[in-house]
Design a protein around this ligand. Structure first.
Ligand SMILES: *[C@@H]1O[C@H](CO)[C@@H](O)[C@H](O)[C@H]1NC(C)=O
Ligand SMILES: *[C@@H]1O[C@H](CO)[C@@H](O)[C@H](O)[C@H]1NC(C)=O
Length: 436
């Protein structure tokens, strides 16, 4: 995890260093030196300094670990890089937004970035391309973004130098913060990754936003998982969210509290969106609808969880296009942040919205729809749900989002899955061959 810092640090320091050294070695400076030994001393110390950086870099170089941050090959900085950043954020209309989308090569990030770009907003993507799931899929999403004219900066949200640099180069009006360590069960394997992205990374981003002039408005992805063990349905924004059932949920809940703090102290305008089981084309392979599709096509047995006492496990599946509309509406209705120079000038907007479909579907029904669309009978195994983070039921009350954002999801699960399956068979043509 830590190996990234020195790499990015070096990359960002090197382009600016020659200028710095030149001024120190300029003739006027040298004339002021009384003894030639001073020059050699300077050289000696410079060598020590460079050697120190080199040793630090080597010692903290990639170690084999399960961290999703290994082998990222993150690089940024330099003239060409800056040119691409600037070009990506060229505005086509005066009224358009200038948006930094974090997690841009992610599922929701890709769709939101493209939707913003297509309607004329200026977009810059940021993604660390970690290997939590197939990076090939992320790279293909990146190609899609690049074809739309969106440059995706490779880097980590916990990198202060990088995020500050981005704000130096581009006067972002909005940040769409979608970068996060996702997944509920993965937290047992790699808890640190949740802290790194969802807590430390988020705080770093907010720190830079708070210091920016002008401050951007922030819209970010929280999660329906903050409702945790709640049994009162539908879940409403005012319900308690203090019983998370997973570390993932706990870090998202912490994010909501941290967001409130930055809003309260620094006047940042912040909107949190609690997404409910988002699915669709270019989706995440770690989600049930995705790996069910894969395994059904491979004639592999799929495990379906049931709640205690043979209860139903159901999800409020929400189609990606509906989520995108909600995200854009949140950006469009976001008020300006009120702070300057890191100081609050007045109260700023603070909002939290559920973005769901408000129609929960049992997982068994999900499987039936997939069997129909794939024309393959699934081999099923019913298991009782392990107590490792998943909740049995989610159902969003979306009346607040409807009132404030005009949010009105319009895609039912069958329609959405049809689009997903069409994409899947097209993207993985080999899967199709096996199925017929
Ligand atoms: C995030 O970055 C800060 C500052 O560079 C560093 O001290 C911290 O260890 C990082 N946090 C995590 C969890 O990686
Ligand atoms: C949904 O939430 C609103 C507040 O946003 C509340 O007035 C309404 O009663 C809730 N509906 C249900 C069915 O709980």
């Amino acid at each position: 995890m830590s190996q990234l810092k020195p790499i990015s640090h070096l990359d960002s320091v090197l382009p600016s260093t020659p200028g710095k050294f030149k001024s120190e070695k300029s003739p006027s400076y040298i004339h002021r030196l009384r003894f030639h030994t001073s020059i050699s001393k300077l050289t000696l110390w410079s060598s020590f300094f460079l050697a120190f950086i080199l040793i630090y870099y080597l010692c903290s170089s990639p170690s084999p670990s399960h961290s999703p941050r290994r082998a990222l090959g993150v690089s940024w900085g330099g003239k060409e890089w800056e040119r691409r950043v600037t070009r990506s954020t060229q505005k086509h209309s005066k009224s358009g937004l200038t948006v930094l989308v974090t997690g841009a090569a992610g599922f929701v990030g890709t769709h939101v970035s493209i939707a913003l770009k297509r309607r004329g907003d200026a977009v810059l993507g940021l993604d660390n391309f970690n290997d939590y799931y197939d990076t090939g899929l992320k790279r293909d999403r990146q190609k899609l973004l690049e074809r739309t004219g969106i440059f995706v900066v490779e880097g980590d949200i916990n990198n202060t130098l990088l995020i500050s640099k981005l704000f130096e180069v581009v006067p972002f009006t909005h940040v769409m913060h979608l970068a996060a360590q996702a997944g509920v069960r993965y937290a047992m394997q790699n808890p640190g990754s949740y802290i790194h992205s969802n807590i430390a990374g988020f705080v770093n981003l907010l720190e830079v936003c708070k210091a920016a002039n002008p401050q951007p408005a922030i819209v970010w992805a929280s999660s329906s998982s903050v409702y945790g063990l709640n049994s009162k349905v539908p879940f409403s924004e005012r319900d308690r969210t203090d019983q998370p059932a997973s570390l993932y949920a706990a870090t998202k809940k912490a994010g909501e509290e941290i967001a409130h703090t930055y809003n309260h102290i620094y006047g940042l305008s912040i909107t949190g969106l609690r997404f409910f089981t988002v699915y669709g084309p270019w989706g995440r392979p770690d989600m049930a609808y995705f790996f069910f599709t894969k395994n059904i096509l491979k004639r592999k047995t799929i495990s379906i969880f049931e709640a205690p006492n043979h209860g139903t496990v159901a999800r409020d599946f929400t189609y990606i296009d509906d989520i995108v509309k909600g995200c854009l509406a949140a950006l469009d209705t976001a008020k300006k942040s009120t702070g300057t120079g890191g100081k609050k000038k007045g109260n700023a907007q603070f909002r939290i919205f559920n973005l769901g479909n408000t129609s929960p579907v049992p997982v068994t029904q999900l499987v039936r729809i997939l069997e129909k669309l794939l024309k393959v009978k699934a081999k099923k195994k019913i298991l009782s749900m392990p107590r490792n983070g998943d909740v049995t039921f989610t159902h969003a009350n979306i009346s607040l989002a409807y009132r404030e954002l005009g949010y009105k999801p319009s895609t039912d699960l069958e329609t959405g899955l049809k689009k997903f399956v069409r994409w899947y068979l097209n993207y993985y043509p080999d899967a199709k061959r096996n199925s017929w």
